[in-house]
Structure formats: structure tokens, C-alpha cells
Design a protein around this ligand. Structure first.
Ligand code: HEM
Length: 458
């Protein structure tokens, strides 16, 4: 039987955004457009410049919303730990993402969010992760063997990884083990849904990105709901099967609607983030041969064909490389919230219903804390230097508090198993047309040329 939870969302979700922020330093930019264009092009430079002029908390306007940008570890901690329940994630993601992800974890607050997070509890336990590790290694073997036919040619590495992780998602998340038309259709719906969230024109008519995105979402919803009854009865070990069999505090199954909403968002949260982490790693390894060699030697010294679940901690240098990639190019570039009531931040009164944005890369590059922050230097995460330990929210690629990434361990397993096999099997050379590659942040962080790479067999 399905369940429902009472919430007091009525206290704040129907309120419009507060736009009166004139008492806070900053500027709204151009009429209508605000700072949207500059922010889309190079948000980091813009934020750094504004911080110098206005301080750690400043008002701005982009993407049609007025709000404040909150910078530095103290403000990030205030927003993420949120001891006073002052910040709504649901309202932070409202508008653009509502039609795609309403009801998903990131669009729920407090008790309702805690209740929904139960759906995922078994799917992310150690036993499940161990099973996924074995399956993922099998998928990587298949793919990396296929990549052999591409050695010597320039490949768009980003696209290769994106497609590979779609295969992982179909098998591990949904349990679709057969490759073919059905999975291709599923992947297309997912890709349409994700690009749909980046629409420019809010027009739901054929030919428009939003329309295609919503059609993709409808397809996913139907696809997953048709699977719920059989998955609930079965003994599948894919994530969706776990969600279907999970029960709430009162011993009732979650509804089809709840399960499909969570699954669609899960795919979204998992896919591009890990694709970006792997692509950026290869980007920086190609530019830093000493780091690449050290990582290769670590992998080789382990003397195994693949990383098992029990080996994930046996590659500490790879962990440092992962951390450094997330520090320098966080996979999640912006964390939005909306205030529920008036809050004091950095000495300013931030009114109720104000959009608040944390921008991780700023904190990850603060030269008060990090040595030469622009330099790719995995050793800053070594036990001897441990620069990240100066403040609990100085390094927060996976967020923190109630909404901290539920896939944190999964994603690092997915990442490490790939990098391990890839490093042992292939050497590689970047083939950027321009040395000074434009590193885009939106709609997702990646080298804008899709990381052209030439592989050679080791
Ligand atoms: C490098 C990879 C990843 C990074 C950097 C990352 C980062 C994040 C961050 C920063 C948040 C918090 C967002 C916020 O507070 O607004 C988050 C939430 C989330 N992530 Fe990840 N993520 C990654 C991979 C994954 C994977 C692989 C999965 C699933 C298998 C996943 C599932 C989720 C979910 C479901 C949430 C929402 C949690 C909640 O609201 O309770 N993520 N992630």
C-alpha cells in the first residue's frame, strides 16, 4: 500500500521569491538579463571579481532570479548544516527543475526528505556496493576491449565516457542487461530529459528543448512504472529493484510515483557528475605527466587486473587525484537554496524567500587556505599536507548536511574502477586544437572540445 506524509510546506512554498536585496552589497547587472551571460561564460572569474568588490555575501541576478551568492567555508557550513532549518532545497531548485524532478530527494525538505531518502537505503549499503563493483568491472572490461579498435585515432573522450556510464546506469541502476533498441531508447529519453532541464525558451511545443525534455521524462516515468510490480516481486540486485522492495517506517511500500521520481533524479544526479570527474582527470593527467606516471605506478604495484570492493582504499594516490579534480573543477558547480525565514548571514539580514547560491569552486580556490590554488597538485591532499582539513567545509564536492550526496561512495567506486583499468590498459595523449582550452562550467563542467584523446595500448 502506498503512503503519504504530511508536511508544513504550505508555510513557505507558495510565497514568491524575495527580490528586495538592496541593503546587501552587490549589483543586479543588466535589466532583464542581469549577469546571466557573464555567469554562463565564466562564473568563477565573475564571482572572484564580485567577492573582491563586495565581500563574501553579495546580491546578484542571473538566470532570471535575484539572490545572494554566499562564499567561503563558514557560509557554506551555515547553508548545508542548516541547524535552524532556515534553508529550503525544494525552493532552491524550484522553477527550472520542478517539471522534471518534483518529488525527488533534492526537491524535498526536512521530514519529507528524510522519509524519501529511506527508499535508497538498501541500494547504497556495503553489500549492494560490493555487487555493483563486480558488475561495473565486467562492463568496463567489455567497453575497454571495444576501445582497442579506436587506438591511434583521435576520440572524443568525454562522449566515450558518457556512453559508457549510460551503459552502467542501464545495468546497475535499472537492471537492463541486454544491449539493444530498448536500452538505446531508454538512454535517448534520459539524454533528452537532462538536456531539457537546460532549456532557454520555456515553451512546451514540438521543436523546443523543453518539450523534448518533458517527453523524455514522460517516457522514463512510464518505463520505470511498468517495471515496478515485477521488480517488487523479484529478487533483482539493481538499484530500482531495491527501491521497489523498500518499505517506509510503517512497513508500507513506497508508491510507484515516489519510486519513479526518485529514480529519474538519481540517474540525473549520478551521470554527468561522474562523467565530468573522469573527463577532468584525464585532462589534468595529460597535462601533468609526473602525476600520470605516479598514478600508473600505483595501479601497477597493486598487481591486480581490477579493483575489487575491498581494494578501493588501496589506491590512496588515486583518491588524492580524485579529490584534486573535484577541488579544481567541482562536478556540481552551484548549490541553490531559498531562505524560509529571515536569516543573518555574514552580518547581513537576508529576508525570507531569498535565493541563496553556494559556489563550491570559489571556496576550493581560496588562497587564504590553499597553496597555489590554480595548480593541479594532488599532493595537497596527502596526509602530510592535508590542506583540506583546515575547515570542515573548505572542501565540499559532495555537499554536506541532510542533502549530502547519497552516491558519494558509489561514484568514487565507479571512478576508481574505471581509472584503474584504463591506466593499466592504455596510455594516452591529449590532442586539443588549442592549448588554452575553454573549460565550460554550464550546462555541465567539461573541456568544451570534449577532450580529444589518442589512445595507445600499454
Ligand atoms: C563525482 C560524482 C558526484 C558528485 C561530485 C556529486 C555531488 C553531489 C552534491 C554536491 C550533492 C548535494 C547537492 C545539494 O545539496 O544541493 C549531491 C546530491 C545527490 N547526489 Fe551526488 N554527486 C556525484 C555522484 C552521484 C552518484 C553516482 C549518485 C547516485 C548513484 C548521486 C546521487 C545523488 C543524490 C540522489 C543526491 C540528492 C541527495 C539528497 O538530496 O538527499 N550522486 N551530489
Amino acid at each position: 500500500m502506498a503512503t503519504s506524509v504530511q508536511t508544513n510546506y504550505d508555510d513557505y512554498i507558495h510565497e514568491p521569491n524575495n527580490n528586495n536585496l538592496d541593503h546587501i552589497p552587490g549589483d543586479y547587472g543588466l535589466p532583464l538579463l542581469g549577469h546571466t551571460l557573464a555567469f554562463a561564460k565564466d562564473p568563477f572569474t565573475m564571482v572572484q571579481k564580485a567577492q573582491k568588490q563586495y565581500g563574501q555575501l553579495y546580491r546578484t541576478c542571473f538566470g532570471g532570479s535575484r539572490g545572494v551568492i554566499a562564499l567561503g567555508p563558514d557560509l557554506v557550513q551555515q547553508i548545508m548544516l542548516d541547524p535552524g532549518r532556515d534553508f529550503s532545497s525544494k525552493m532552491g531548485f524550484m522553477d527550472r527543475l520542478t517539471q522534471f524532478f518534483e518529488g525527488s530527494l533534492i526537491m524535498e525538505d526536512f521530514e519529507h526528505h528524510r522519509h524519501q531518502r529511506r527508499i535508497m537505503q538498501t541500494a547504497f549499503k556495503n553489500d549492494s556496493l560490493k555487487h555493483y563493483t563486480n558488475e561495473i568491472n565486467r562492463i568496463y572490461d567489455r567497453a575497454l576491449d571495444e576501445w582497442t579498435s579506436q587506438t591511434g585515432q583521435t576520440i572524443p573522450f568525454f562522449m566515450n565516457v558518457k556512453n559508457l556510464l549510460l551503459e552502467v546506469a542501464a545495468e546497475i541502476f535499472i537492471g537492463e542487461t541486454e544491449r539493444g533498441e530498448r536500452v538505446e531508447r531508454l538512454n535517448k529519453a534520459f539524454v533528452d530529459c537532462v538536456s531539457g532541464t537546460m532549456y532557454i525558451f520555456p515553451i512546451n511545443l514540438p521543436g523546443f528543448t523543453l518539450h523534448r525534455g518533458l517527453q523524455g521524462k514522460a517516457y522514463l516515468k512510464k518505463f520505470f512504472s511498468e517495471l515496478v510490480p515485477q521488480k517488487r516481486e523479484g529478487d533483482g540486485l539493481d538499484m530500482l529493484s531495491h527501491f521497489c522492495r523498500e518499505k517506509d517506517e510503517e512497513g508500507n511500500y513506497f508508491s510507484d510515483d515516489e519510486i519513479t521520481n526518485q529514480t529519474i533524479f538519481l540517474l540525473f544526479a549520478a551521470h554527468d557528475t561522474t562523467t565530468a570527474a573522469i573527463t577532468h582527470t584525464i585532462f589534468y593527467l595529460a597535462r601533468n605527466p609526473d602525476v600520470k606516471q605516479k598514478l600508473y605506478e600505483e595501479c601497477k604495484a597493486l598487481g591486480k587486473d581490477e579493483l575489487g570492493y575491498e581494494d578501493l582504499d588501496a589506491v590512496p594516490y588515486m583518491q588524492q587525484v580524485f579529490n584534486e579534480v573535484q577541488r579544481i573543477r567541482p562536478s556540481v558547480p552551484l548549490v541553490p537554496r531559498r531562505t524560509i525565514r529571515e536569516v543573518e548571514m555574514a552580518g547581513y539580514r537576508v529576508p525570507a524567500h531569498t535565493m541563496v547560491f553556494a559556489f563550491p569552486r570559489y571556496t576550493h580556490w581560496m588562497d587564504e587556505y590553499w597553496t597555489e590554488p590554480a595548480k593541479f597538485d594532488p599532493d595537497r591532499f596527502s596526509p602530510e599536507r592535508a590542506e583540506h582539513k583546515q575547515h570542515p567545509f573548505l572542501f565540499h564536492p559532495f555537499g554536506g548536511g541532510a542533502h549530502k550526496c547519497i552516491g558519494m561512495h558509489f561514484s568514487q567506486m565507479e571512478y576508481k574502477c574505471f581509472i584503474y583499468k584504463f591506466m593499466l590498459q592504455y596510455d594516452f595523449e591529449a590532442k586539443h586544437k588549442k592549448q588554452d582550452v575553454y573549460m565550460q562550467t554550464f550546462p555541465l563542467p567539461k573541456p568544451s572540445d570534449d577532450m580529444p584523446l589518442v589512445l595507445s595500448k600499454r
